[in-house]
Design a protein around this ligand. Sequence first.
Ligand code: ADP
Ligand code: MG
Length: 590
Amino acid sequence: MTKIFNDPSEFAEEALAGFCDVHSDLVRQVPGGAVRRCRPAQPKVAVLAGGGSGHYPAFAGLVGTGLADGAVVGNIFTSPSAQQAYAVAKAAESGAGVVFTYGNYAGDVMNFGMASERLAAEGIAVENVVVTDDIASAPPSESAKRRGIAGDFTVFKVMGAAAERGDSLGDVVRLGRKANERTRTIGTAFAGCTFPGAEAPLFSLPDGQMGLGLGIHGEPGLHDTDLPSAKELGQELVSRLLAETPEGAGDRIAVILNGLGSTKHEELFVLWGTVAPLLRAAGCTLVMPEVGELVTSLDMAGASLTVTWLDEELEPLWIAPAETPAYRRGNAGLPAGSFSGKAASDGGAASTEFVATDASRSYAAACVAAIDAARTSLHDAEEHLGRMDAIAGDGDHGRGMVRGVDAAAAAASSALEQGAGAGDVLAAAGDAWADKAGGTSGVLWGAGLRAFGEAVGNSTAPAGMELAAAVTAFAGRIVELGKAETGDKTMVDALLPFASTFRCLVSEGTVPGQAWQDAAREAAAAAAATADLLPLKGRARPLAEKSLGTPDPGATSLAMVFAVMGPHFTNTAAAAGTAYAGRESVGAEA
Ligand code: ADP
Ligand code: MG
């Protein structure tokens, strides 16, 4: 349990501020995360690690000479936003390009991808290296779908060392990808982790049981088994990793035995007592192994074993010196370069002059009301959505949606007050949602709302077919970014039936208010029907079977939100006795 906190929702930000204060000789806080205290004397590739909070020392603890140039720091277990990634990159880059590196989670892939597009548009060379070391999360034939866990560290270390010695962006990326291809991790959990302020852990294991194949976001293990002795556990972990030895691998390996947060170092040393001899007996030479906490999962009890098969290129990078707040190897010396006070760009929040017709401004007020209605229903459903997401995902869906919609509501009203039309109000709401919600659903909702706004525009209040086009734009953007298809068990399963029903009814002449209600009912039914599906996208995919019987949280919240927004978007709010019908039918699912 986390005992020390103020407002739980401020936990990650407060922890980052404290961290940056105590390590102010090495790092400084910037909007979106932390960067090295000193700017390099010569331009160098900026290696930017990132992801959610809750994994300390990943990621901010690894900022320093020989390792990362900066860390993009999201909320607990939640991808940072594209805006955060962009802002940290602007603060860290020194003219030789930027590489974002992070574990393979849909939210991170999308947010870092969107930040990359924006940096590239400004002429900054930018690349992404995604870590996929977790052998429990997909079979070898689908290794690109694997999650990133403690192998993050090896990949960051290799890239950090390569960038430090002055390698080009292309080489840093090539070496990072090579390290990832040769890195495998298997983890195990003994007890779940608990969000600050939460009353119960995200998952729990019966006494005497262990979950093999844990994730680092409180995703439970893939198979539960009886808790073995340290010796049996060591054998299990080593044999699973060796079974995945990459083709053509040599015998020199980097090894990490990683604690997940509340497993004592002494326990890890006991486990090491089995792991090291077994690896040596298999003919491996252990090169500067690490036993300790490098990638954690809040206060989870558990351990993971990572092996990277080295070669003549990777080994010097693995053993190279590093000096960061949480990790020190050899003598990296104090950083060269100037002590920097360079103000970080926050992405330029210049105030905007809005151009809109009166008709669009009055529709904008309806849009603000729609977002407020979404806000009320998401606050009511926060816990319920979190519990659904905890079954096979990481439990943050309710919290993420609430953070997103709160930010969207505030941004929408502020834009409205400044005279924005409906298009700008919705776009501002979308940008704020994406920035504050984090997570996969956050980036999708944010980008979807922006697309909806761009389709609505700032000159007229949309009539039936225009509204249908805006809904189609919302859905199109979400499918384009998330690449989910019908049946993958995502929000798309509720969204596409909504969009097609609405369009079809409106084109047949049904009044928009009625068409929206009917489409929302379809969406709620489709969301409920996802209970029978296995998730093929997102964090729930590795634990697909556990999610059988529970509807997809993102589809559920989407159906709920669309139901309450309808009367406002279709200007029938005044007569909306039925506005909440869709939501109730979804709620009954639980
Ligand atoms: P995260 O998965 O990053 O923790 P949330 O918990 O907020 O984010 O959202 C989870 C929901 O996101 C899922 O229930 C699913 O509906 C949706 N989702 C996940 N991946 C995708 C994707 N690729 N395309 C569309 N929706 C997705
Ligand atoms: Mg989640």
